[in-house]
Each structure stands twice: as C-alpha cells, then as structure tokens.
Design a protein around this ligand. Structure first.
Ligand SMILES: [Zn+2]
Length: 132
C-alpha cells in the first residue's frame, strides 16, 4: 500500500511524465509535435469537461505515419477551401437575391455548417514541414 502511494506521488511530481501519442496510429511514440490550435484546444477542453481527467498528452505524428499525415492534411486543407468557397458563394448569392436580415442569418448558419463539415476531416498542423 505504502509503496503504491509513493510511486504515484513520484509520477505526478515529475514534469516529464507527459506522454506523446501519434494522432494517426494512436501509438505512444515520439514524433513531430502537433501545433495547438483552437480546434485542438476545444477538443481538449471538451475532453477535460467530459472525462474530468486532465491528461495533457502531447500530440505528435510519428515518422512512419508522416506520409499518411501529409496526405490527410492536404485533403483537409483542400476540403476546407472548397467548403469555404461554397459558403461564400452561397452567402453572396442569397444576400444579393434577398437582402434581408433573415437571409444573412441563414447564410451565416450555412457557412458555419459547411465549416463544421470540413472539420470532419480535420488534420492539425505540425511544427515543422509546412511553412508558408
Ligand atoms: Zn503513427
């Protein structure tokens, strides 16, 4: 009993007890760190709210998964652009056709919906590689 308590305390006080998980294969591994953006922050926030478990694991992409990651990130980016373009065209046309506050609200809802749809294929940025 006493030994168990001690071990627990040690692992808590250690700052380096943070684990890294690959976002593609889900394995605990080292790799390129994922950049925290608002999507990741909100997922984290939701997780801590739901599970009440504040495990600040590091998110990485391991070497083996990097080609797969690049592909998925590219797909996400192009999909997001496509949805955004659709949303803007839709909003523009509907406001031109019927310039009322209701139309503006509906357009905003459609744009938001399209944006959320694009998040279904969400892939976060990683710290190296993609620099524009
Ligand atoms: Zn991996």
């Amino acid at each position: 009993m006493q030994q168990k308590k001690k071990a627990g305390k040690i692992s808590v006080s250690k700052a380096s007890s943070q684990k890294s998980f690959c976002i593609i294969c889900g394995n605990e591994t080292n790799g390129i760190e994922v950049e925290n953006d608002f999507v990741i922050n909100s997922i984290r926030w939701l997780k801590t709210k739901v599970t009440k478990n504040v495990k600040n694991n590091r998110l990485v992409v391991c070497k083996a998964c990097y080609p797969k990651y690049k592909e998925q990130r590219k797909r996400y980016e192009s999909r997001q652009r496509l949805y955004l373009a659709f949303g803007i065209i839709f909003a523009f046309l509907s406001i031109v056709v019927s310039p009322r506050i209701g139309t503006v609200l509906i357009s905003a809802a459609v744009v938001l919906f399209l944006y959320l749809m694009s998040l279904l294929s969400y892939m976060p940025k990683i710290r190296i590689g993609i620099k524009k």
